[in-house]
Design a protein around this ligand. Structure first.
Ligand code: ARG
Length: 479
């Protein structure tokens, strides 16, 4: 007989039992369920619904269950449907009939969402710590390879030189926003639904605020019907998790390109690479690829949860049981991904010389050269044209912009529609000045604005990040 089976005469069809039970999934809530039950029992005591002796017996029993759980000594019975029924039965087996008073003034509907809020709050705290570790690893790498210069790209084509550290710090920015989103979701979810009952509110004079305080909640939900059917917090956390995975996936994608020997910018350590069953030569960045692949799961989890909610009338509907697989799955994916990506970054080796060659080959200082002409009074659009012609000339001869000849410079300036540019053509030293402005260091130094890649700015950004993250940096490459 099911614990809810009073009005039923026949048994439940086996297929229904199989189809509706959730213990395989929601056993993960057991510790939170016990914690919630202890707070609820104390609340029932305060309200005079349970005697002091009953409270003591129930709390002791629940604490014993917590110890058994910790030790892996609780056997989950699939016939008991879910974690709540299993724990209630386990309590009764342990302390006898007084356990039958546990569920007074409570429904599984307010119980399960209380559990889920507690679980999610802890998950957010773990994720926050793991994101911080990843940020520290990125900052550590940026400090270690502070001199490395990357051909920054747009459209995947070489665009402008940037410090490698600047590129890494871009991901630190993304991860900081991820932390902010999780913290924001945590603040909103941190209220107690206990006392909402099945949907109408518990029928006992419970001090909901006191119970909430016992559980470390900042307050209580304001509407019982909303409380039992609200899973907005799951959506919010899944959105934050999916976006964090999108960020990790973008970085993973960069790793897969950079580690290809055609680029050769980085080498993923052996410990973070895997081989091929057939090709003895292979070293594959599989962890990065799986991060990219698993990001898809978290995006799916978010749309799954939104899909579950969109058709639900008030209040609790059984559909809500489907909230756990996407939430647990997505949180697990992000935790695992942060772990491998942190390790991958900590052990990554960088070939700054290869990066530098790529910077040299991409005419990446062309914009800086145009900016130099602008500072001499040439209109930007015309300067763009002049430098475009010089790039074409340099490309035709297979040299860089810093090797254009005086004759090529004079010809490009003379052909300009800009009067100032034409006058510069006759200026002695025009070629020399232009070649000088094509140097990578000069180009980098120009980007001297807040958020720019000028070395002085990047150093300041690194210091700020280091201050924020605390001194504990990534160890100098655990190779
Ligand atoms: N296993 C259920 C869930 O996860 C618990 C609540 C069930 N409530 C009910 N009235 N059947 O949502």
């Amino acid at each position: 007989m099911q614990r809810w089976g009073g009005r039923f005469t026949g048994g439940t069809d086996e297929r229904v039992i199989d189809f509706t039970r959730s213990i395989e999934i929601d056993a993960a809530l057991a510790a939170d369920d016990i914690e919630g039950s202890i707070a609820h029992v104390r609340g029932l005591g305060r309200a005079g619904v349970l005697t002091a002796d009953e409270v003591a017996a129930l709390v002791a029993g629940l604490e014993g269950l917590a110890i058994d759980l910790e030790a892996g000594r609780i056997d989950w019975d699939p016939a008991l449907e879910d974690v709540h029924m299993n724990l209630e039965a386990a309590l009764e087996a342990r302390i006898g009939p007084v356990a039958r008073k546990l569920h007074t003034g409570r429904s599984r509907n307010d119980q399960v969402t209380t559990d889920l809020r507690l679980w999610t709050r802890r998950a957010i705290d773990r994720l926050d710590a793991a994101i911080l570790e990843m940020e520290r690893a990125l900052v550590g790498l940026a400090e270690r390879e502070g001199e490395a210069i990357l051909p920054g790209t747009t459209h995947i084509q070489p665009a402008q030189p940037v410090l490698f550290a600047h590129h890494l710090l871009a991901y630190v920015e993304m991860l900081e926003r991820d932390r902010g989103r999780l913290a924001d979701a945590r603040r909103r979810l941190n209220v107690s639904p206990l006392g909402s009952g099945a949907l109408a509110g518990a029928g006992y004079p419970l001090d909901r605020e006191a119970t909430a305080a016992d559980l470390g909640f900042e307050g209580v939900t304001a509407n019982s019907m909303d409380a039992v059917s609200d899973r907005d917090f799951v959506v919010e956390v899944l959105a934050a998790v999916a976006l964090a995975m999108v960020h990790l996936s973008r970085f993973a994608e960069e790793i897969t390109w950079w580690s290809n020997p055609v680029f050769g910018f980085v080498r993923v350590a052996d410990a973070f690479s895997t081989g091929s069953s057939m090709m003895p030569n292979k070293r594959n960045p599989d962890p990065a690829e799986l991060v990219r692949g698993r990001a898809a799961r978290t995006i799916g989890a978010l749309t799954t949860m939104l899909g579950i909610l969109k058709g639900l009338p008030l209040a609790y509907q059984r559909d809500l049981q489907e909230d756990k697989p996407p939430l647990f799955g997505a949180v697990g994916v992000l935790e695992g991904s942060l772990g491998v990506m942190t390790g991958l970054v900590e052990t990554l080796s960088v070939d700054a010389a290869r990066m530098r060659t790529a910077v040299d080959e991409g005419f990446t200082t062309a914009t800086a050269v145009a900016d130099t002409l602008v500072r001499r009074g040439v209109a930007f659009r015309s300067a763009h044209h002049v430098v475009g012609a010089l790039v074409a000339a340099a490309e035709a001869r297979g040299v860089g912009l810093d090797a254009v000849t005086d004759v090529e410079v004079a010809a490009a300036l003379r052909a300009s529609d800009d009067e100032v540019a034409r006058s510069l053509a006759d200026e002695p030293g025009a070629g020399e000045a232009l070649r000088g402005s094509a140097s990578i260091d000069a180009a980098l130094a120009l980007a001297d604005v807040i958020g720019g890649t000028a070395p002085v700015r990047v150093r300041a950004a690194l210091e700020a990040a280091r201050d924020r993250l605390g001194a504990a940096g990534a160890p100098a490459a655990r190779r």
